[in-house]
Design a protein around this ligand. Structure first.
Ligand SMILES: NC(=O)c1ccc[n+]([C@@H]2O[C@H](COP(=O)([O-])OP(=O)(O)OC[C@H]3O[C@@H](n4cnc5c(N)ncnc54)[C@H](O)[C@@H]3O)[C@@H](O)[C@H]2O)c1
Length: 471
């Protein structure tokens, strides 16, 4: 399917009555509503009836893909896909708007950053974008532990020396004499300062305690989830400077935010003023981002004492310093991290597609509504976060004599999201007809889309695109 046809499809309003195929996802009641996601009238390109269609960009870990049960999901690569998608799953592919079918309800990136997804535009048109924060935390934390060992013992220098001696055929002769050059110290009883106590930092703090280290740290935005993982006797400081004072090791685990600390960013946050509080033989572990460290200040620090710098990033000033070890951004490079990210992305999509719940979205509010039994019809509505929208939605429902059993309304920036459970009267054949209600809600001023989560899988999605009704 060409990009042109995809973009034309975005602007063609389509109406089709529900396919006969079954596939109830939430309620046992048969819901009469439109199927959605047809590419074009007469093209016959509907997704497999009764299944949710997931399209992938990039190669996604099979462990992640296995989270989509085959009986209710069809998963296929986006390239060459015959039918439209209900959700997209990607890693590094730079997603273009023309690749996003009118039927797409959600986009998930297997990874933390979402720079390759047009997030602002997706917010504008009401499509949640998900990521997988912390999926690679264990991989990075393990490399930090490796960094602790590399920073305390001259393992790398020793390996290089053995290679040199081996080439000269002198290894056996010289090894016992030369080992004195590579002495080190133990971690047990030393102090680690962890700056940034999120997914990675909290794990590093906990494991360092298990190695017998004393741990202190700093995080101005510490959340409850991370706080619960911290070692009980860990000391929390009120500034970076006080957290690094007296520390033998410092692990940086905060985000990079453009701008200097004075401008509210973290660029060069480890500069001369903070380094002045370092012990002369302190080891800095930077597995967060290269730009957090002011390179020339770091080089001065390394030159002036016997401190060390272990980093997962390139550094123009310190790369060949004898007291620096730089790795080629290996932190998240494990099979398990990729599996974990794909599994998390798949679970997030399922939770949204099947139940309407939102977690780990970068542009939509976290939303969770507990389930209320088989005969309840769940609908979700995405609208612009403007006054009066919620009242209009609920009065639409009330006017149709439909009872709201429970609901949740959350907002984030320009977007508001509603999940509403309805007790809908059935007709004499035991069916409910939500077609009219969905159309009325979707075409309200400010509403971007609505979904009926009960009934035929993959059906029941309607969008209000610039005043046109798309189903
Ligand atoms: N080396 C790698 O391959 C690799 C892989 C993944 C993540 N990372 C880096 O690690 C960082 C941490 O990842 P995470 O998953 O733990 O993120 P996270 O969001 O779970 O945790 C970051 C923590 O830093 C805290 N923080 C923010 N500003 C701070 C400041 N000025 N001082 C101290 N703490 C501050 C936050 O409150 C948060 O608790 C990421 O931002 C990323 O740059 C590197």
């Amino acid at each position: 399917m060409s990009a042109l046809i995809r973009s034309v499809a975005r602007n063609v309003a389509l109406r089709r009555s529900a396919a006969s195929a079954s596939g109830r996802s939430f309620s046992s009641i048969e819901v009469d509503h439109y199927t959605s996601g047809k590419r074009n009238e007469g093209q016959g390109g509907a997704s497999q009836p009764g299944k949710y269609a997931i399209q992938t960009f990039n190669k996604i870990s099979p462990i992640g893909l296995a989270r989509f049960p085959e009986d209710i999901y069809s998963v296929q690569p986006a390239e060459g896909a015959e039918s439209p998608a209900h959700a997209l799953l990607l890693r590094s592919h730079k997603l273009q708007e023309t690749e996003i079918d009118v039927s797409v309800r959600a986009i998930a990136r297997c990874g933390a950053g979402t720079n390759n997804v047009p997030v602002a535009r997706m917010t504008e048109i009401g499509i949640p974008v998900f990521n997988t924060p912390g999926a690679n935390a264990n991989a990075v934390k393990e490399l930090i532990l490796c960094g602790l060992f590399l920073g305390s013992r001259r393992v790398v220098d020793g390996i290089n020396h053995m290679k040199k001696l081996g080439q000269q055929g002198l290894a056996k002769e010289r090894v016992e004499k030369d080992k004195a050059m590579f002495g080190g110290r133990e971690l047990k009883g030393k102090t680690l300062a962890v700056v940034g106590l999120g997914h990675i930092g909290a794990g590093a703090a906990r494991d360092a305690t298990a190695l017998g280290m004393n741990v202190q740290g700093y995080d101005p935005g510490l959340n409850v989830e991370s706080a619960l993982k911290l070692p009980r006797d860990m000391k929390l400081a009120d500034s970076i400077a006080s957290s690094v004072t007296n520390a033998d090791y410092i692990s940086l685990n905060m985000p990079y935010i453009k701008g200097t600390p004075e401008e509210g960013g973290t660029h060069g946050i480890i500069g001369r003023d903070v380094l002045a509080h370092f012990k002369q033989d302190a080891v800095l572990l930077n597995f967060a981002r290269g730009e957090l460290v002011d390179s020339s200040a770091m080089k001065e620090f390394l030159d002036s004492g016997n401190g060390r710098y272990i980093s997962d990033f390139p550094d123009d000033e310190c790369w060949d310093h004898p007291n620096a070890i730089l790795l080629p951004h290996l932190g998240a490079s494990t099979e398990e991290a990729e599996d974990q990210a794909a599994a998390m992305a798949a679970d997030t999509i399922r939770e949204y597609i099947e139940r309407g719940n939102i977690r780990n979205s970068v542009n939509f509010p976290t939303t969770q509504l507990s389930e209320r039994g088989e005969d309840i019809i769940r609908i979700s509505v995405i609208n612009k976060n403007i006054p009066g929208c919620l009242a209009k939605i609920t009065s639409c429902i009330g006017e149709m004599d439909v009872n709201i059993v429970q609901q949740i309304n959350q907002s984030r920036g320009e977007i508001a999201y509603n999940v509403i459970d309805l007790d809908v009267k059935t007709d004499h054949e035991g069916k409910v007809n939500l077609t009219k209600l969905q159309r009325e809600i979707t075409m309200l001023d400010g509403v971007l889309s609505s979904r009926i989560l009960s009934g035929i899988r993959g059906a029941g999605y309607a969008r209000n695109i610039d005043g046109d009704y798309h189903v």
